[in-house]
Design a protein around this ligand. Structure first.
Ligand code: SAM
Ligand code: SF4
Length: 337
C-alpha cells in the first residue's frame, strides 16, 4: 500500500476519523490537582518520540485524511523545539491537506510563544483556566501563576490568535466561580468549554469529592440564563450553547453524565508513540516500533489500520465512586488532553 493510495480512516462503526490529538511531552510546569499528583513521575526522555518522529506520525495521519491536528501534553510549550515542529507541520496547512493546526496550553509561557505560533500558521488555541481568583487558581494548579496566564492570554490576542478557554468544573474549588469565568470569557470575546473531571491516572485527591455533573449544572444555569443549543460540533465530545445574556458560546464536555461517543471522530497519540483510539479505554497500538523499523510508512500505516479496527464503540467511564481506582491508569498528560 503506498501512501498516496492509503484509504481514509473509517472504523467498524462507520465513523471517519479526521482529528488527531498528539501529546508532544508528558512534562508540565504545573501540577493541576485533578491531572497529576504533586510528585508526578515523568517518563525517561529516551522513551519520547523525537520531533522528527512526531512530524512523521502526524504527516502519516494527514495523508490518511486527517484534517485537524491538535498538539497537547503535558504542557506542549515545555517541549524543546515545539516551534520547529509547528513550523514544519504547517506545510500541510499551506498545501491545503490540513484545515487546522491547534494547541492546548496552560498559558504560562504564552507571552513568549504567542507571536511565533501565529507566524507559524496556528490560528486558534485553547487555554486552560480554572479560576480567576488568584488563591483558588494557585491551589488548583499548585502554582501562583494566574497573572502570567492572564498575560499570556492577552499576548495571544495581541498576536491575533483566537483563544478558547477550557475550565474543569470542580465541585469544591470552582463551582461558585463558574458563572464569573463564563461572563469574563464572553466579555473578552472568548468561547469557553466546561469539562467534567475524568478518572484518568492516580492523583492525590479523591476525585469523587470534586466531581460536578455538568448536566445538573446546565439545568441550574437555565434558571438564570437563556441557553440555546447550537448545531456546531468540534469533532469531539463538546456540545455548545449560546447564552443570550452574555452573547457568547459555552461548551459542555460531559463524558460521565452524557457521552457522545457515537459521533467521535478523533484518536490520540501519546508522547511515546502509542495510538489510543479512545481516551477512556485501554485498547492501543504501538506506532513507535513500526516508525523506527522502516523509513517508509507501510508498517506505520498497517499499525494505524490495526488501531482503527479496534476503536471501541464507547468509553467505559462510570460515575465516580468513593475510593474507586481510576477507570484508566494513565494520566491525561500522557495520553494528551
Ligand atoms: N497542559 C495543557 C493544558 O492544561 O491545557 C494541555 C494538556 S491538559 C492534559 C489538557 C486539558 O485536559 C486541560 O484543559 C485540562 O484541564 C484537562 N484535564 C486534565 N486532566 C483531566 C481530568 N482528569 N479530567 C478532565 N480534564 C482533565
Ligand atoms: Fe499540566 Fe495541563 Fe495537567 Fe495542568 S492539566 S497539570 S497544566 S498537563
Amino acid at each position: 500500500m503506498t501512501l498516496e493510495t492509503a484509504p481514509d480512516l473509517v472504523d467498524r462503526f462507520g465513523r471517519t476519523v479526521d482529528y488527531v490529538r498528539v501529546s508532544v511531552t508528558d512534562r508540565c510546569n504545573l501540577r493541576c490537582t485533578y491531572c497529576m499528583s504533586e510528585q508526578m513521575q515523568f517518563l525517561p526522555k529516551a522513551q519520547l518520540l523525537s520531533l522528527e518522529e512526531l512530524d512523521r506520525v502526524c504527516t502519516a495521519f494527514v495523508r490518511r485524511g486527517v484534517r485537524h491536528l491538535r498538539l497537547t501534553g503535558g504542557e506542549p510549550l515545555m517541549r524543546r523545539g515545539i516551534l520547529d515542529l509547528v513550523r514544519s507541520l504547517s506545510r500541510h496547512l499551506g498545501s491545503g491537506a490540513l484545515d487546522e493546526l491547534t494547541l492546548t496550553t496552560n498559558g504560562v509561557r504564552l507571552r513568549e510563544f504567542a507571536k511565533p505560533l501565529k507566524e507559524a500558521g496556528v490560528r486558534r488555541i485553547n487555554v486552560s483556566l480554572d479560576s480567576l481568583d488568584r488563591a483558588t487558581f494557585a491551589r488548583i494548579v499548585r502554582s501562583d501563576c494566574l497573572p502570567q496566564v492572564l498575560d499570556g492570554i492577552a499576548a495571544a490576542k495581541e498576536a491575533g490568535l483566537k483563544v478558547k478557554i477550557n475550565t474543569v468544573a470542580l465541585k469544591h474549588d470552582n463551582r461558585r466561580d463558574l458563572p464569573d469565568i463564563i461572563r469574563w470569557a464572553h466579555d473578552s470575546g472568548m468561547g469557553i468549554t466546561l469539562i467534567e473531571t475524568m478518572p484518568l491516572g492516580a492523583v492525590d485527591e479523591d476525585r469523587t469529592d470534586q466531581f460536578l455533573s455538568l448536566t445538573a449544572l446546565r439545568r441550574e444555569m437555565e434558571t438564570y440564563w437563556t441557553l440555546t443549543d447550537l448545531p456546531e460540533r468540534s469533532g469531539g465530545p463538546a456540545r455548545y450553547v449560546r447564552i443570550a445574556e452574555t452573547g457568547g458560546k459555552l461548551g459542555f464536555i460531559t463524558p460521565l453524565t452524557h457521552n457522545f461517543c457515537e459521533t467521535c471522530r478523533r484518536v490520540r497519540v501519546t508522547c511515546t508513540g502509542t495510538l489510543f483510539m479512545c481516551l477512556g479505554q485501554d485498547s492501543s497500538v504501538d506506532l513507535r516500533e513500526p516508525l523506527r523499523a522502516s523509513a517508509n510508512d507501510d508498517l506505520l500505516n498497517a499499525a494505524i489500520d490495526r488501531g482503527l479496527a479496534a476503536k471501541p464503540k464507547a468509553h467505559d467511564f462510570l460515575l465516580p465512586e468513593r475510593g474507586a481506582a481510576p477507570a484508566v491508569g494513565r494520566h491525561m498528560s500522557v495520553t494528551g488532553g
